[in-house]
Design a protein around this ligand. Structure first.
Ligand code: 6PG
Length: 282
């Protein structure tokens, strides 16, 4: 029995980003209060960008004890960290403004932001930003399996405590939902749905969905172990898949995002994405 998630339907994508940023900030503050650090597994795609902008602004930039926060990724693509497809790049660019901090001009946007008087990004201890080591694996030719092994080892050495089902219990997991109903890089029919051992796995390039690049993914068992899960879905393009994922038929093999229909989860939807939901499900 996984229980029912909390579902909030908000006006638009900006409102979803505000609400999700607030939920993440609350979870991080509560975790630091409880045990002196917070472990956040974030996501890729376009969903986190607006959330990072809100988190990097007042009040969250000042209220969250960022130096105690550890960031991990639920999944990443097998591309270098500064590649447009990287799931790490949005965090580097938007939450941390890494290029501005390094004194680089980057695209020019960061420098213009500073001239406009906008605040630079947050500072987290570099050792707390646990990005999968894709750049190194590509550069030295060791390959995706080496990146998977390194990420697994890093989680075991410096990750959150092990919780339910023998997997790390993150304080907060942020998820977007793919157009096929995937979460993390757990695609429909994925062998990860049956794997009861691995924490991290290599995922071959999907052929049914872009981008067609191999991935690294955490096991979906982290969703049950997490203190809290935040799911964000916005835009009319997600309305049809959301109607299936939150619909009456349960089939997690077909729609892995249903694994996030659990009582430790809050789903933030905008009206456009929620448009085809007949009734809000339990
Ligand atoms: C990935 C992403 C993926 C993403 C969803 C939603 O590597 O494929 O992590 O799981 O979160 O596809 O994508 P959008 O946020 O762009 O809608």
């Amino acid at each position: 029995m996984t229980g029912a998630p909390r579902i909030e339907v908000l006006d638009d994508a900006a409102a979803c980003s505000d609400a999700a940023a607030h939920a993440i900030a609350q979870a991080l503050v509560a975790a630091v209060d409880r045990h002196g650090r917070a472990d956040w597994a974030t996501t890729g795609g376009s969903t986190p960008v607006g959330i990072y902008q809100v988190l990097a602004s007042a009040p969250h930039r000042d209220e969250v004890p960022w130096q105690q926060v550890h960031v991990w990724w639920g999944d990443d693509r097998y591309v270098p960290r500064d590649h447009p497809l990287s799931n790490v790049l949005p965090l580097d660019q938007v939450l941390l403004s890494a290029s501005a901090r390094a004194g680089l001009s980057g695209s020019g946007a960061d420098a213009a932001d500073i001239e406009l008087g906008l605040e630079p990004g947050l500072w987290l201890p570099p050792a707390h930003v646990h990005a999968p080591q894709m750049t190194r694996a590509i550069a030295d030719g060791s390959g995706l399996d080496a990146a998977v092994a390194a990420y697994d080892a890093e989680l075991r050495a410096d990750g959150p405590p092990v919780g339910e089902a023998g997997v790390p219990a993150f304080d907060v997991v942020l998820l977007g939902i793919g157009p096929d109903g995937h979460v993390l890089s757990v695609f429909p029919g994925s062998p990860l749905l049956d794997d009861t051992e691995a924490w991290v796995a290599a995922v071959p390039a999907p052929t049914h969905i872009e981008p067609h690049v191999p991935r690294l993914s955490l096991t979906p068992r982290i969703l049950a172990a997490a203190v809290s899960v935040v799911v964000v879905v916005h835009g009319a393009g997600k309305a049809a898949i959301l109607a299936s994922v939150l619909g009456p038929e349960r089939d997690e093999r077909r729609w892995p995002a249903q694994l996030a229909r659990r009582e430790n989860a809050t789903w933030f939807l905008d009206r456009a994405a929620a448009a085809e939901l007949p009734t809000l499900p339990g």
